[in-house]
Design a protein around this ligand. Structure first.
Ligand code: URA
Length: 209
């Protein structure tokens, strides 16, 4: 599991616990997801390249470092990725954004692509793929496979929750892609849901059930 980063900061764990509660309203679920995504971005961007710039302080001119946010692409797997994306963009507002539309075939649980839109110049960019739940891994694997065709400089995967089955599938298919998550739960059930989990992340953030 060397390529799996579990972000166990107390603030992250606290907010995740609140999100698991089935009584949490759509409003608070969405707000917590947003806050969690901001906190997780802190770890995910720990090694992003920086560049030196000259800054005039009120006292003198100095050289200092900034992130070249435009080199980052946050790729949201629709539709649930949107919730994480918003939080990440609030701390890295210069990042570019890509979208991949994938839905889970309810019978086979395999990923079916219906939308794919990325910024230009992907070979110059570092990609962070986001989806709150890494369950069977089918969507994440398909999304990363598709992105690798564009040969980005690097790819990371960020989710809120995963399970041993999801991590194993992802690592089998893409051992080179680090996974960032707030927790690895006990197991996947026969319907492809994570246990104990937090239910259907998309439905809970959009209030569609
Ligand atoms: N997608 C979800 O929203 N929840 C799960 O538990 C698994 C996949």
């Amino acid at each position: 599991m060397s390529n799996v980063h579990v972000i166990d900061h107390p603030l992250v764990q606290h907010k995740l616990s609140l999100m698991r509660n089935k009584e949490a309203s759509t409003n608070s679920f969405r707000r917590l997801l947003n806050e969690l995504a901001m906190l997780m971005t802190y770890e995910v961007t720990r090694d992003v390249p920086m560049q030196e710039v000259e800054v005039q302080t009120p006292m003198e001119t100095t050289r200092t470092k900034v992130i070249d946010g435009k080199k980052l692409v946050f790729v949201s797997i629709l539709r649930a990725g949107t919730g994480i994306l918003d939080g990440m963009l609030s701390v890295v507002p210069g990042a570019r954004v890509g979208h991949i539309g994938l839905y889970r075939d309810p019978k086979t649980l395999t990923a079916v692509e219906y939308y794919f839109k990325m910024p230009q110049g992907m070979s110059e960019r570092d990609v962070v793929v986001v989806d709150p739940m890494l369950a069977t891994g089918n969507s994440a694997i398909a999304a990363v496979e598709r992105l690798k065709e564009l040969k980005p400089k690097s790819i990371k995967f960020v989710c809120l929750l995963t399970c041993p089955e999801g991590v194993a599938a992802m690592q089998r298919a893409h051992p080179d892609v680090p996974i960032y998550t707030a927790a690895i739960d006990r197991e996947l059930n026969d319907h492809g849901y994570i246990l104990p989990g937090l239910g259907d992340a998309g439905d809970r953030m959009f209030g569609t059930k």
